[in-house]
Design a protein around this ligand. Structure first.
Ligand code: NAD
Length: 427
């Protein structure tokens, strides 16, 4: 049976979602997913903010989100969508129903900044290379102007910036990243900065909440965390926890809770999409592997445990990421045992609903006057900015505690109550 249309009542409050990496697979799934929800073609599966207890929060409606963004390549959104349809991620029906939204979205895209010629960018937009060659302050000004134009053109209450761009090569730490004053002096001297840092600085300077779904630096450097606190702008990151690491951080606490000794945890990931092609480069892979491994080591509380994380590019898998984990452990009587799991998922379909949750939570945090790291969103990330536990269950409990404190009391929103009721009926 077709789900009911979820078109939200028009409200005065519309919020912009500015995707950095706007032509990529996750962004393309966002555009098509929102259109599909609005047309009643899709159920809100995977969107935790549509389910209890988060649905009690006074969040912006999914129908009130307006998408735009930056990219550095020229590939048409339609082309990317057709690729995802050929891979079985988007249905032909959804592709047709979202065609108008996708075409409108395309008109809202602007060339972004590229600080160094990267891998996986055969169709590089020359304007992005030109912008990326400007001094960093001019780059930030150009991005800030794009955000302001987007906001005013669509009468948006706020714009949330989400980094969905290709993972950058690992960068060595720089002294100017340690505090805001030093960072500003480096900008004055015209010292080039990684693109993810430039985007994050532009978002925070314009007061736009910022979400870093990638392992790139973004707003995680101390200077920008200071800027976010000074400007009272909320931000969250880094590196979305969508698949293998999600399962790892849900499973690892089990071994500790039962006092079982993990001897080895081997994890092998194979993926074939553009992200996979970028991560095939060792410099780009480094941050991803580090995030995945660090979460596990911290959870097991044993620095000596033998762990391995591999990421291999297997083109024929396309968007279907496959991970195989082998866990070797020891229990009572010294007996050695093992657990294995295989995870096969569409990377982009797993990521897109998380981005919707994070955008709504970032907008809510800004509405509530909360600035700095959104610690309650740690469950969404492999390397939460602001630290804290990697235990998925504890992270979700923290998110729910936040939701209980910030929820609309029962009867506080008739629209939300009826949405929750409809969801219960479906269950
Ligand atoms: N899908 C997941 O499950 C998942 C999980 C965690 C993190 N991520 C991260 O999310 C990001 C996006 O994933 P994807 O599968 O959509 O990737 P993708 O390769 O399909 O899209 C990335 C897009 O970013 C663009 N881009 C590259 N450099 C840019 C720049 N400087 N400015 C603006 N745009 C730029 C590319 O042209 C491309 O269109 C990746 O960094 C990936 O590692 C994905």
């Amino acid at each position: 049976m077709r789900p009911e249309r979820t078109r939200e009542k028009p409200t005065a409050r519309r919020v912009g979602v500015w995707c950095v990496g706007a032509r990529g697979a996750i962004s393309t799934c966002l555009v098509h997913g929102l259109a599909g929800l609005r047309e009643g073609l899709l159920e809100p599966l995977g969107i935790a903010t549509e389910a209890e207890p988060l649905a009690r929060l006074p969040l912006v409606g999914l129908g009130d989100l307006v998408l735009g963004g930056h990219d550095v390549c020229t590939r048409a959104v339609r082309t990317g969508a057709e690729e995802l349809a050929a891979q079985g991620v988007l249905s032909p029906e959804l592709l047709a129903a979202a065609a108008r939204d996708a075409a409108e979205y395309e008109t809202r895209l602007r060339p972004g900044v590229l600080d160094q010629a990267d891998v996986g960018l055969a169709d590089l937009d020359p304007s992005a290379a030109r912008l990326g060659a400007l001094p960093p302050r001019e780059q930030i000004d150009a991005l800030v102007a794009d955000l302001a134009a987007f906001r005013s053109a669509h009468g948006l209450a706020r714009v949330v910036v989400v980094n969905l761009a290709s993972t950058e090569a690992q960068r060595a730490p720089r002294p100017e990243w340690q505090d805001l004053a030093a960072f500003r002096r480096a900008l004055d001297r015209g010292e080039a900065q990684p693109a993810s840092v430039v985007y994050a600085a532009a978002a925070l300077e314009s007061g736009a909440p910022y979400v870093n779904f990638t392992p790139s630096l973004g707003a995680s450097i101390p200077a920008l965390r200071e800027l976010a606190r000074a400007r009272n702008v909320p931000h969250a990151g880094s590196d979305g926890k969508t698949g293998e690491t999600l399962v790892k951080t849900a499973l690892a606490p089990l071994f500790r809770a039962r006092a079982l000794q993990v001897l080895a945890w081997q994890g092998y990931n194979m993926l074939g999409n553009r992200d996979g092609a970028v991560l095939a480069d060792p410099a780009h892979k480094e941050a991803k592997v580090r995030n995945k491994d660090e979460a596990l080591r911290t959870l097991l509380g044993d620095e000596a445990v033998h762990t391995h994380v591999g990421i291999d590019y297997v083109p024929s898998l396309q968007d279907w990421k496959t991970a195989w984990d082998f866990i070797h452990f020891r229990g009572f009587l010294g007996v050695r045992m093992s657990l294995q799991f295989t995870w096969s998922g569409s990377d982009s379909a797993l990521a897109a609903p998380l981005v919707l949750d994070l955008v709504r939570l970032a907008d809510l945090a800004a509405e509530r006057g909360e600035g700095g790291e959104m610690l309650h969103t740690a469950a969404y990330f492999k390397a939460p900015v602001g630290g804290g536990t990697h235990d998925f269950h504890a992270q979700v409990e923290a998110l729910h505690a936040y939701a209980r404190a910030a929820a609309v009391p029962a009867g506080g929103s008739a629209e939300r109550d009826s949405r929750i009721q409809a969801q219960r009926t479906q269950e």
